[in-house]
Write a protein of this length. Structure first.
Length: 366
């Protein structure tokens, strides 16, 4: 049963009781957990939403409002005092106003954290991380200027069948791209497919999908149609030269399409982030399957922060779990949960569940 089906089971305002003055929060990403006790106060959850994107993160117990003196503390700022730490005990204590926290290191064997293992296939997790980058982008940018979707194919007989060489060629292309279109930024994806014709028919050969933003911002003096034609001509010549292609490759080795609005999301899902269809493609070790280039110039949406009262933390978590499609009976003790949803959808969900949100600037002035 999905969490959506359990909305009606949430308690109403009159039935809610305070979470109490005893709660937990993640005090650091290194696997320490703090148990907090305070005389008078209430936990709040933070909701960070990409204002013009489709991404949001909820962090339960992210802030503490001290009712006695009207001060507001971020959980991330509650750092343990190591002055009374006894080596080998594994326990620390600290005091922040009326808040007292005790932290205990989790077992190294069962805790979360650590470096993400290197993936040699385009997994569902890898695809999810790529889509999250796109979900954080400002849609006003691609609704007006659009996005250039480019496919870079290898010649009929590539100079190398080593994926490391292919990526070196891509890196050269991206450097030339930035020199010509200084604000160009985006993502690339290496996809392995079976050749249907030519000398390598039936063989698994890679090609690159690129989503390029900000090309018009680099050449504002050119009309859109003329700019697209210029880009196609330049990209074909540059890629053919880099990979050592012939005249046939010059004509067909690069495909470029311009998309705006909702078509952008369709292209991102269909080409740049699609899962491998051939089992053989997943078995080939080609290293990283995707990457971001010129990240500083990506049109990232501004983020707004809202706060949810501790009474409603559970309701907000139900909403996020429902949008994410998490089963209602699945235990989920996480420091945060992120979903792909826009501001309006979340506002409608909060209103339906009777959740009142407080803007960050109001909360900080509490």
């Amino acid at each position: 049963m999905l969490a959506t089906q359990s909305y009606h089971e949430l308690p109403h305002d009159g039935d809610n009781q305070s979470q109490g003055l005893f709660s937990t929060f993640e005090i650091s990403p290194q696997g320490r957990q703090a148990v907090v006790h305070a005389d008078a106060g209430e936990w709040f959850a933070s909701v960070d939403i990409a204002q013009y994107g489709t991404f949001a993160t909820l962090r339960p117990d992210a802030g503490w409002l001290d009712i006695d003196n009207g001060t507001f503390h971020l959980a991330s700022e509650m750092k343990p005092d190591t002055s009374g730490y006894e080596a080998g005990s594994g326990v620390r204590a600290c005091s922040i106003g009326t808040v007292t926290a005790t932290t205990e290191r989790k077992s190294d064997s069962g805790g979360r954290g650590g470096a993400r293992r290197f993936k040699t296939s385009f997994s569902k997790g890898s695809r999810r991380r790529l889509l999250r980058h796109f979900a954080k982008l400002d849609r006003r940018n691609y609704e007006s200027d659009g996005v250039y979707f480019v496919t870079l194919s290898l010649p009929d007989v590539p100079a190398s069948m080593d994926a490391h060489d292919w990526k070196r060629w891509l890196d050269t292309f991206l450097k030339r791209l930035r020199r010509r279109y200084e604000y160009a930024a985006g993502a690339w994806r290496l996809e392995m497919v079976k050749r249907k014709s030519g000398t390598l028919a039936g063989e698994m050969v890679g090609h690159f999908h690129l989503a390029i933003f900000n090309v018009p911002a680099s050449k504002r003096h050119l009309p859109p149609v003329q700019l697209l034609a210029e880009f196609r001509k330049w990209a074909s010549a540059a890629w053919t030269e880099i990979v050592g292609g012939d005249e046939a490759h010059l004509k067909a080795g690069v495909q470029t399409e311009l998309a705006r609005g909702k078509r952008v999301l369709r292209y991102l899902s269909k080409y740049v982030s699609k899962m491998p269809e051939d089992a053989d493609a997943s078995a080939i070790d080609i290293g990283r399957h995707w990457g971001i280039f010129n990240k500083a110039e990506l049109p990232v949406s501004p983020v707004i922060r809202l706060w949810v009262h501790g009474f409603k933390n559970d309701a907000a978590m139900w909403l996020f779990r429902a949008i994410a499609g998490v089963p209602a009976d699945k235990a989920m003790r996480l420091p945060s949960i992120s979903i792909m949803a826009d501001l309006e959808r979340l506002r409608r969900g909060f209103a339906r569940l009777g959740i009142t949100t407080i803007p960050d600037e109001v909360m900080r002035g509490a």
